[in-house]
Write a protein that binds this ligand. Structure first.
Ligand SMILES: Nc1ncnc2c1ncn2[C@@H]1O[C@H](COP(=O)(O)OP(=O)(O)O)[C@@H](O)[C@H]1O
Ligand SMILES: CC(=O)OP(=O)(O)O
Ligand SMILES: [Mg+2]
Length: 264
């Protein structure tokens, strides 16, 4: 800014895609003044990615983004789900902070909100220590006692490691539960999207997650699921069933497109 004072600076916020959430989706059931005076509400994150992959999914499916409904699962180190209707975010699993929602690499995701007071009173932990453990020592890492890296956990699971096996089971069940919850925001389901390092590369996680969604018309094509890794996009559902798409995300491109739109 000092060197190029004339150069326009553009900030693209990961929360902005979720500004279309209806109030019943973004408000917490806490006293109103906490929202009014202190901004305590659900904001959501990974908006750049959910937006990008839902547009790509519509293109791949030959549907209009303005007239289609999607469930999106962004599974990187941070993980979140999103319900997208006619190109707008209608609900998402992260909240005031990225800690809410799914079990992630090192984040616990949803826990009993009383866990803080339980840990403080039984172990004497400070707020800082509890925050650190829930954000940095939990999730896949905490459950497995091994790693936050899904590749390492899949390998360890193959060799019968109980912690890795459990971490993967919890991750997929919690993800399926979140997707089922997100479906409340959709008028119909045109497709389920997997993205992020895990979503783009793990046939195991995709098939285990879909297996939990028994009441949805979802079925995975084994060969297509195995093929869609390392940047290969495409459908992985069985013919005649609801679409399931692997869509590599490209947050950098979406940021560039948003910047271009603003500058024009
Ligand atoms: N082949 C793979 N199989 C399973 N998981 C993978 C594979 N490749 C990458 N991942 C996982 O993707 C996650 C990282 O995702 P990524 O989107 O790169 O993260 P970030 O949120 O930091 O951008 C890690 O858990 C990593 O183990
Ligand atoms: C918001 C968030 O979780 O980001 P990341 O996926 O980079 O952890
Ligand atoms: Mg990422």
């Amino acid at each position: 800014m000092t060197v190029y004072p004339q150069l326009p600076q553009v900030a693209v916020f990961d929360t902005s895609f979720h500004q279309s959430l209806p109030e019943h989706a973004y408000r917490y059931a806490v006293p109103e003044h906490l929202y009014r005076d202190h901004g305590v509400r659900r904001y959501g994150f990974h908006g750049t990615s959910h937006r990008y992959v839902s547009h790509r999914a519509a293109e791949i499916a030959g549907l209009s983004i303005g007239d289609s409904s999607w469930l999106s699962a962004h599974l990187g180190n941070g993980c979140s789900t999103c319900a997208i209707v006619d190109g707008q975010s209608r609900d998402t699993s992260m909240g005031l902070t990225p800690l809410e929602g799914l079990a992630m690499g090192t984040r616990s995701g949803d826990i009993d909100p009383n866990l803080h007071s339980h840990l403080a009173s039984t172990l004497g932990w400070s707020l800082e220590e509890i925050t650190r453990v829930l954000n940095s020592e939990s999730g896949l890492k905490g459950l497995s006692g091994l790693s936050n890296d899904m590749r390492a956990l899949e390998q360890a699971r193959e060799q019968g490691h109980p912690g890795a096996t459990l971490a993967i089971e919890v991750f997929c069940y919690r993800l399926a539960k979140s997707l089922a919850a997100m479906s409340c925001a959709l008028p119909q389901l045109d497709g389920l999207i997997f993205t992020g390092g895990i979503g783009e590369n793990s046939p195991l996680i995709r098939s285990k997650t879909v297996a939990h969604l028994k009441l949805f018309d979802l079925a995975i094509d084994k060969e297509a699921n195995a093929r869609c890794i390392r940047g290969i996009a495409g459908p992985i559902h069985k013919y005649g069933h609801t679409r399931i798409l692997v869509v590599p995300t490209n947050e950098e491109r979406q940021i560039a497109l948003d910047t271009l739109a603003l500058l024009n």
